[in-house]
Design a protein around this ligand. Structure first.
Ligand code: NDP
Length: 288
């Protein structure tokens, strides 16, 4: 068997066209241009690339963007002051604090200070709570993108066993919360695994849908995958050679899986796309 490729890049392009149409209609109706403010603290080459990609994506769909830079020695209170200003700025609809921030900054305090109505990454406890209750205001971008990837490729989730590797607040836990909700892209039976899980392969082999988000290069081998399973690789790991690989041994697993995402070109482009979707939703919320 050779797995069908889940082309996240192509899907992201398609969803961005839909978002651009929605943005145009929204601007025409309200005169308001959705705007995302990204905050970058210090100099981190990877963060620079991520923020640039997000700004370019904003441009493609007609969303305005601002980039606010603080020096690497910025304090928590400086960042909190900036967040307060952005919260109060009616022209800003979404606020993104690019992580990681330097060590001296209390990142939890900063993320909690972002207005829940502008929290397009969905990290604020209020938005986490709404998601857990099955009434999300914003869904966290990466899991939201994975859910869209499944829905739009016709991969049924209802009644199927989804196994998630990783329990982070950014990927693993919200992924589980989305898949267990009632409705499209939900109704799955969900298992979350982590570094303390015993006999991982015996669990992953039960997965109809296997989502890997552990940050361990090529960790998931063919022996860990049920024949025909849909395998979604969230991982992004840079090898010493410079090559970017996922958490799944793609070349081996594609011979067993029914569907598989590549890295790059799988989940990554969808993460950025769902950020645009959330920024538009925040702008819609702001006008009531
Ligand atoms: P974290 O480091 O926050 O979490 C990793 C999780 O994996 C933890 O729950 C950890 O368990 C678990 N884990 C680590 N090693 C193992 C193991 N050997 N067996 C079982 N579980 C293990 O990572 P993130 O969730 O932030 O990111 C995961 C990956 O996804 C990374 O490669 C990251 O770069 C990528 N990523 C990609 C995005 C995209 O857009 N494509 C967006 C966000 C992340 P424990 O809790 O017990 O420590």
């Amino acid at each position: 068997m050779t797995a069908v490729l889940l082309d996240g890049k192509a899907l992201a392009g398609q969803i961005q066209i839909e978002i651009a149409d929605e943005v145009r209609a929204f601007v025409g109706r309200t005169g308001v241009t959705p705007c995302l403010a990204a905050v970058l603290v210090g100099e981190n080459p990877a963060s620079e690339v991520y923020v640039r990609n997000k700004q370019r994506a904003c441009e493609r769909v007609g969303v305005a963007s601002q980039l606010i830079r603080l020096g690497g020695d910025a304090s928590s209170s400086e960042l909190l002051d900036l967040v307060a200003r952005l919260n109060a700025d009616a022209a800003v609809h979404g606020i993104l604090i690019q992580l990681p921030v330097p060590k001296q900054i209390d990142s939890q305090a900063v993320l909690r200070a972002v207005s829940p109505l502008k929290d397009v990454d969905a990290f604020h406890p209020e938005n986490v709570g709404l998601l857990v209750q099955g009434a999300p205001r914003f869904a966290p971008c990466t899991p939201y993108g994975v859910q869209q990837l499944l829905i739009r490729n016709g991969i049924e989730t209802a009644g199927r066993h989804a196994v998630i590797l990783g329990r982070s607040e950014i990927v693993g836990k919200p992924m589980a919360n989305l898949l267990v909700q009632r409705g499209a892209g939900g109704d799955a039976t969900v298992t979350i695994c982590h570094s303390r899980t015993r006999d991982l392969p015996s669990i992953t082999r039960q997965a109809d849908i296997l989502i890997a988000a552990i940050g361990q290069p090529q960790f998931v081998t063919a022996e860990m995958v049920q024949r025909g399973a849909a395998v979604v690789d969230v991982g992004m790991n840079r090898l010493d050679s410079g090559k970017l690989v996922g958490d799944v041994d793609f070349d081996a697993v594609r011979n067993v899986a029914g569907h598989i995402t590549p890295v790059p070109g799988g989940v990554g482009p969808l993460t950025v796309t769902m950020l645009l979707k959330n920024t538009l939703s925040a702008a819609v919320l702001s006008v009531g």
